[in-house]
Write a protein that binds this ligand. Structure first.
Ligand code: URA
Length: 180
């Protein structure tokens, strides 16, 4: 199965109740052969309306951060842990993550990146399988199977927090070193 076929499967998914509230499944976007995969939490309102990840304010910040690492959005592959928007942007629930995780797993297998950048606590804990928080984990590279995983603060959390933004910018510069 390729990414387009997997996306078609996701578009028909009814495995958790989030399908009832969605406008669009937000499967993923970017290069299918990217060296870097970016993993966020779940679609927000704009993403649900447009069917594309990180198109709102957090997405603008993400684009700028990618620029610091010498990357454009089309150079990377971007996906979320959840493919459908939780109502009111509430936190993902365990059952939702369990129902959806196979899509992200298959996306990582198909894209086969060198580095996975996890944005914020949910994506980081899901991929690294840890209880530790992003404050302790950010900027430190973990090996998960064949992938190097770089946890960073979520670009939405950093929008109004100067110190988180500075840490994010430093961590995206670490990404440049990982790719050289
Ligand atoms: N926040 C996320 O985690 N993912 C998106 O796609 C948008 C905002």
């Amino acid at each position: 199965m390729d990414l387009a076929e997997l996306a078609a499967t996701a578009n028909e998914c009814h495995a958790c109740p989030l399908w009832e509230g969605r406008t669009n499944v937000v499967f993923g976007d970017g290069s299918p052969t990217a060296r870097v995969m970016i993993v966020g939490e779940a679609p927000g309102k704009n993403e649900d309306l447009q069917g594309c990840p990180f198109v709102g304010a957090a997405g603008k910040n993400l684009d700028a951060l990618l620029g610091l690492a010498g990357l454009r959005r089309e150079d990377v592959y971007i996906a979320n842990v959840l493919k459908c928007r939780p109502p009111g942007n509430r936190d993902p629930q365990v059952e939702e993550i369990q129902a959806c995780a196979h899509f992200l797993h298959d996306q990582a297998k198909l894209v086969d990146p060198e580095v996975i950048v996890t944005l914020g606590n949910f994506a980081t804990r899901h991929i690294i399988k840890t209880d530790q928080g992003i404050t302790r984990l950010h900027g430190k590279v973990h090996q998960v199977g064949k992938f190097k995983v770089l946890p960073v603060y979520h670009p939405a959390a950093a929008l109004y927090d100067r110190s988180k933004q500075e840490a994010l910018e430093a961590d995206f510069r670490t990404l440049t070193q990982l790719l050289s």
